[in-house]
Ligand binder design. Structure first.
Ligand code: MN
Length: 405
């Protein structure tokens, strides 16, 4: 079995440059699309750099996941060389024909791989995009996602940080299968049903690729469009269609000589530029969220600390009792019993009871102890006074009559 590809890339009808790129290497069994992003020519550089590193890695026998990891490193390294390229990134959806009839698809970003088998089109890859995550989380329907204003915001890309997570899908190929690799300039403009219709009707992969690009342009062509249509055919060449077996070495990188730079606050940021800022935004959101979380944690800790270091007294089970914490608790910090004194509530007069029940907070154990000691003293004095009073009211002892002589 072998793979024969039709390929097409186009800047679309709105953008000046083409930041998409692709690699078709029948001889290596390697097929990839990349959709770059960044200001000036950075997007083109990102996709071209990633594709070149991927090709070199696959050529030297590196498996797909590692090959894409190397592509990621290459983009990061290239960006580090040049201030004007800083922050550039690219998607990557790359398939390699592995042992047997296994097609391995490595994937980062929102370019896509589809498989058409027996006339049914199925999406192989899952987008790393904001709306896709919202769909998975049940916050959006797939229909809402298709028209969502932030549908081009991606959450994973090459060139952003080392150690990017690469999804790898395995497809067991059958003769007659047709694979589609494409950038979001196709899927963002043409409904899946219409894509399927073209793939079903047009047997020639190159013509099918051309028609898909035409359909995206007819729908507005708002983004760069890249399409690979790959047919799985028997080694004897019997397949839905045949193209010249000459090793296609086409590496699209788009002709673009740099898109017109848009100001950062452009009222209507277009495709790539917006995707680029979106990626940066993910970083910025983290930078913003982290301090907020820290502040909340600190505030919570401070409240806890306050709640845990204050004391109050209360009459509990008939006795003056010392609690640690604040009356009623605070943000889940419940007061704990610290000490039940020997002072019975019955021993307190009105004023003393009032002081105990006034909810006075004490900022240290020493302060509570002083309060308790003071109270104890007063209670003792009152009791003594009472005793004294009692004593004084006790009639004087009877005079012992003088003993008789
Ligand atoms: Mn795009």
């Amino acid at each position: 079995m072998k793979l024969v590809a039709g390929k097409q890339t186009d800047p679309g009808r709105v953008r000046d440059g083409n930041e998409d790129g692709f690699v078709v290497r029948d001889d290596l069994g390697l097929f990839a699309v990349a959709d770059g992003m960044g200001g000036h020519v950075a997007g083109e550089v990102a996709s071209a750099t990633a594709l070149e590193a991927l090709r070199a890695a696959v050529l030297s026998g590196v498996p797909i996941r590692e090959a894409i990891t190397r592509a990621n490193d290459a983009v990061i390294e290239r960006a580090g060389d040049d201030d004007s390229l800083r922050g550039m990134g690219t998607t990557m959806t790359a398939g390699t024909l592995a042992a047997g009839d296994t097609f391995l698809v490595g994937h980062v970003g929102d370019s896509r791989a589809y498989l058409m088998r027996d006339g049914e089109l199925a999406q192989v890859t899952e987008d790393h995009s904001l709306v896709e995550e919202m769909v998975r989380g049940g916050d959006l329907t797939p229909e809402q996602a298709e028209v969502h204003p932030q549908r081009s915001v991606i959450t994973r890309a090459l060139g952003i940080e080392p150690g990017v997570e690469v999804d790898v899908y395995t497809v067991e190929l059958h003769e007659g299968d047709r694979l589609l690799l494409c950038s979001d300039g196709l899927t963002g403009m043409v409904r899946t049903d219409d894509i399927a219709g073209i793939l079903q009707r047009e047997p020639d992969p190159q013509k099918a690729a051309n028609q898909l690009v035409e359909a995206a342009n007819a729908a507005g062509g708002e983004d760069n469009i890249t399409v690979l249509v790959i047919d799985v055919i028997a080694d004897d060449g019997a397949g839905p269609a045949r193209r010249a077996a000459a090793a296609d070495d086409g590496e699209g990188d788009g002709e673009g000589d740099g898109e017109a730079e848009e100001p950062d606050e452009a009222p209507e940021p277009r495709g790539e530029r917006r995707r680029f800022t979106a990626i940066r935004r993910v970083g910025r959101v983290l930078l913003w969220v982290l301090p907020v979380v820290l502040v909340i944690a600190l505030a919570f800790g401070a409240v806890g600390w306050y709640a845990r270091r204050t004391y109050f007294v209360e009459i509990d089970r008939g006795r003056v009792t010392v609690f640690k914490g604040v009356p009623g608790g605070l943000l889940g910090w419940d007061p704990t019993l610290e000490e039940r004194t020997d002072i019975s509530s019955a021993d307190l007069n009105e004023a003393q009871r009032g002081r105990v029940e006034r909810d006075t907070r004490f900022s240290s154990r020493d302060d509570v102890d002083a309060f308790i000691a003071n109270l104890e003293e007063e209670v003792a004095a009152t009791t003594t006074t009472t005793t004294t009073t009692t004593t004084t009211t006790v009639p004087p002892p009877p005079v012992v009559p003088p003993a008789a002589p």
